[in-house]
Design a protein around this ligand. Structure first.
Ligand code: AHG
Ligand code: MN
Ligand code: MN
Length: 349
């Protein structure tokens, strides 16, 4: 190579980092800049969690911590680790008045000096915990609201800032710790995906303006719960398994990872429907509205998809409490509308 030719491939000339993208978008939507800094802070927290996830086997971070959380679920060591990373990285940012975590019973105030913060954040530090020890993709989910309280005092019993419909979110996102680590978020102007380049520690834009296919042939649900589902859900799933019963006559494939983030991420990219219905034992299903379903619904709608509790849009639901659960049907609009129709016609409980 003549010495005048410099190998510029390393300069990432066409690379757009998360910070570049946010700044460019911020100018377009005339944002204050606060929200941009918040999203970059969340991205930092998930990079730290990603490092923890990738080292879990080496740093004896696998397995259970021996504690049970407010959900009555056994906590994995990584659940607690990721909860601490998020609460410390975000709690000291000065951007949040208070925070809710799946792993903590009550909301808690961000560090002192956050009284003037505009936002509150709810997050699921590790989603898909049952998959940690078997090296299957897991994730982190978060949703941000503008606070509605006057912020004068953050009383752990005053959850009013969080009892808002998902459509009030100013931003939502997830990070999936899979074959690569991806950061996916929306501020209401499309859903965009970034892939972590660990060699430079940057999230690089790889999936701008993600568009969920309007229809699909993949269904994702835990069929071990089939007998507890409503007639409407059962009849819909039966049509997916028997082409002669489905209007399209098409066959469908079943895919179920058991981590909402992974099942949702595939659904955004390939189309399909993810379902966690209520059943006789748990009429409201298993997934939590505030920090699992509402953020995913926000992302689904910003990529052209739909999210429902079987009767109405997830984004219109107001949580009754910070850990309230809801049935979830999310994915390609046509498929979600099909299951809602089946529930109307054959019964939903
Ligand atoms: P979490 O690990 O945060 O408790 O979430 C697990 C959830 C969700 O990720 C997944 O879709 C669902 O649990 C799977 O539940 P089942 O194992 O009952 O199918
Ligand atoms: Mn979860
Ligand atoms: Mn979790």
């Amino acid at each position: 190579m003549k010495n005048t030719e410099i190998d510029t491939s390393w300069t990432f000339t066409n690379t757009v980092t998360l910070a570049d993208f946010i700044r460019k978008n911020e100018l377009q939507v005339g944002a204050s800049g606060n929200l941009s800094s918040v999203i970059l802070r969340i991205a930092l927290a998930t990079k730290i969690v990603s490092r923890g996830v990738n080292r879990a086997g080496l740093a004896s971070m696998m397995g259970l911590a021996g504690e049970v959380n407010v959900q009555g679920e056994e906590q994995a060591k990584l659940d607690i680790y990721a909860d601490k990373v998020f609460s410390s990285t975000l709690g000291r940012s000065g951007y949040f008045l208070s925070m809710v975590s799946e792993e903590r019973e009550e909301l808690w105030p961000a560090k002192k000096g956050s009284e003037t913060s505009h936002y509150v954040i709810a997050f699921d530090p590790v989603d898909g915990s049952s998959n940690i020890d078997v090296n299957v993709s897991i994730g982190t989910v978060w949703g941000i609201y503008r606070r509605i309280s006057d912020g004068s005092n953050v009383d752990p019993n005053d959850t009013s800032d969080f009892l808002q419909p998902g459509k009030n979110q100013v931003a939502a996102g997830y990070t999936i710790y899979g074959s690569s680590t991806m950061f996916v978020y929306s501020t209401g102007h499309g859903t965009h995906g970034f892939t972590l380049d660990p060699t430079i520690g940057e999230f690089i834009l790889t999936n701008p303006q993600m568009e969920m296919p309007q229809d699909g042939n993949i269904y994702s649900c835990n069929e071990g719960n089939y007998h507890g589902w409503s007639e409407g859900v059962k009849q819909y799933v039966d049509t997916l398994k028997d082409p002669s019963k489905h209007a399209s006559g098409n066959t469908h494939s079943a895919r179920y990872v058991g981590s909402l983030v992974a099942d949702f991420h595939r659904t955004v990219l390939k189309g399909g429907i993810f379902m966690y219905p209520g059943d006789k034992k748990n009429p409201n299903g298993k997934l939590r509205l505030l920090y699992e379903c509402a953020p995913m619904a926000f992302l689904a709608e910003n990529s052209g998809g739909r999210a429902s509790n079987g009767n109405s849009s997830i984004s219109d639901l107001v949580p009754t409490d910070i850990h309230a659960r809801t049935p979830l049907f999310i994915g390609s609009t046509k498929m979600v509308e099909e299951v809602e129709k089946s529930i109307r016609e054959h019964g939903g409980d």
